[in-house]
Design a protein around this ligand. Structure first.
Ligand code: THU
Length: 127
């Protein structure tokens, strides 16, 4: 699947965001190694800290369906490009250091990053 197609899926998903507090609607589309796409949106809460970002929603949906290998994730918002927050970077690092993160103001202006450049030396629990 192309970056543009994945970004479009993320942009479509913004319509399902639950963001009554910030008004910042975010959608994510996650491509797995076997070619499946899981979308996610931000889901906010009256207790603000209980909110979850679109990226983690997509990952939680995929992981809970048994997926463990990921290729790339596209992120779109109601206000253009959106790079994953620090918590999401660490969350994604758990599964793939080399994940590609795509965002942009629209599908003709996409930026792609490796998660390894967005998060240097992520945490791993060595037990
Ligand atoms: N948010 C995401 O869902 N993903 C991002 O990449 C950045 C921020 C959400 C969290 C919150 O619901 C809203 O955007 C404003 O921070």
């Amino acid at each position: 699947m192309s970056d543009r197609e994945l970004y479009r899926a993320a942009l479509d998903a913004t319509g399902k965001a639950y963001a009554p507090y910030s008004g910042f609607r975010v959608g994510a589309a996650l491509l797995t190694a076997d070619g499946a796409v899981y979308t996610g949106v931000n889901v906010e809460n009256s207790s603000y800290g209980a909110s979850i970002c679109a990226e983690r929603t997509a990952f939680v949906k995929a992981v809970s369906e048994g997926c463990r290998e990921f290729v790339k994730i596209a992120v779109a918002s109601s206000a253009g490009s959106a790079l994953p927050c620090g918590i999401c970077r660490q969350f994604m690092f758990e599964f793939s250091e080399s994940l590609t993160v795509i965002t942009g103001d629209d599908e003709d202006h996409l930026e792609a990053y490796s998660l390894s450049e967005l998060l240097l030396k992520g945490f791993r629990l060595n037990i």
